[in-house]
Design a protein around this ligand. Sequence first.
Ligand code: ADP
Length: 534
Amino acid sequence: MRPARLAAGIIALAAVYVAVARLGLGVDAVGGLAALVWPPTGVALSALVVFGRGLWPGVAIGALLTNLWVGAPLGVAVGIAVGNTLEALLGAFALAHVGGFDRALGSLRSVAALVLFAALGSTVVSATVGTASMLSNGMITSDHTTRAWLAWWVGDMIGDLVVAPLLLTLSKPAPAWTRGRTREFVLLIGLLLATVWLVFGRGEQAVLSPLRQPYLVMPLLIWAAMRFGPRGAALATFLCSAGAIWGTALGQDPLAGGTLHERLLELQGFVSVLSITFLCLGAATVERHVLLEQERVARAESERAVRVRDDFLAVASHELRTPITPLKLQLEGLRHMADKLDERVRERIDRAVRQTERLARLAEGLLDVSRLAAGRLELEPEEVDLNEVVDEVVDDLRDEASRAQSTVRVTRAESAHGRWDRTRVAQAVGNLLSNALKYGKGLPIEIEVRVQARSFQVEVRDAGIGIDPGSHARIFERFERAVPAKEYGGLGLGLYVAREIARAHHGEIRVTSETGHGSTFTLVLPRTNHTPAE
Ligand code: ADP
């Protein structure tokens, strides 16, 4: 800060300090000096936090003038001023060194730091130095020391808990409000002032006296904290505290009777708890908003990533599929020629054809997934005999079955006619059967076509490795697998595609399985109005 600005800041702070101190000393000052409510502590702390600790002479001058003004001997006034200045410096220093302290009090960490280091901690210095000064000068007797120390400490603490949060939160620029929000704020403050007046003010009418309960302000404070964050909480607790102190000083307070001093002590407890509670609620509200915002950004980011992946899938699967068809044709041509050639050449070509077919199926699977992701699974329904479809699928996978060394036994229904997309239904059954072969440990597989009152079903049962029930839902999702990739190849798409095909037909796929006890997958296709009656 430039010297001129610094000097102006110091003078302004000293002036504000003296003005605010006069208010504090008006309320039950012990020995004329230790006030039960000491707002200047909050002013001093906020000034040093916001404008820098270089302003400390402002606190010293303000405190010195205040004490001289109320008639303290010079030695005592200097002692008290030293205590007050150290308190403010210590509080500001501690808050500056708490990692991530936010003076808008938008985090529980910041509220905790303010309460612990400034309100409860730094105030001990001022109370101790102040009481010691008064004691050494004989302004208080030793039997009054504890009472004076306590009053000093709690009074300063309330300054840090009630005044500092208001000034600190107001010192940070906030986004402009909409008109609706401004209206809501005006309504809230209006209701709060009315309630404070009702509870702590001159409620002489007998009809109102049952309503003079301090807890009536709670809903309004919750409203302030949750809708207007730490600023709202700080302002609302400040207004309530000011109202409560004013009412108590006038002897109108609803808190228990007794001397002004006793009532003020009780009030101090009320005000402190109120402030800490609602500052925490205000901070928690901000933290919640921050988390929700982070979550929203993360969701948008992951949705974008999924879109990029789907676009990539669409392009990649298309590109992959393009050369496969001519490659297959070439190989088949070669195989044709190879009939006249060496047995070993023919075998190799056969193997190459099989690998190409596998490649074609993989590319086709990827293409299906990108079609499904884009919602472009178009069905071409026709009259279909489910028995026939199953026979064809088993026939198509005959080679695969013999390589897996599994037998496949089919139990047909008497008649299973319906209107479905033949190719897609065959694809779904094919995926279930090829899984049964892959994970079936070479044991026999059974396929049963069943006709039920409301649906047609194709059940594929194997006696293989089975699936842990915890994974049953997951394996139907894209790219999800429940086996180690090293042991079993695959992309984790077969069940996803099969389920989407079933869903497109308004059906579903059910699974029952346990690890080590085989699996049963059932394709369920509902009977539709189009289905010919049996
Ligand atoms: P992929 O077989 O390519 O991994 P799928 O979508 O067809 O993809 O299957 C997903 C997962 O479900 C498999 O990785 C496997 O863990 C499990 N699974 C599917 N069918 C069976 C089955 N018949 N027996 C045991 N596990 C199975």
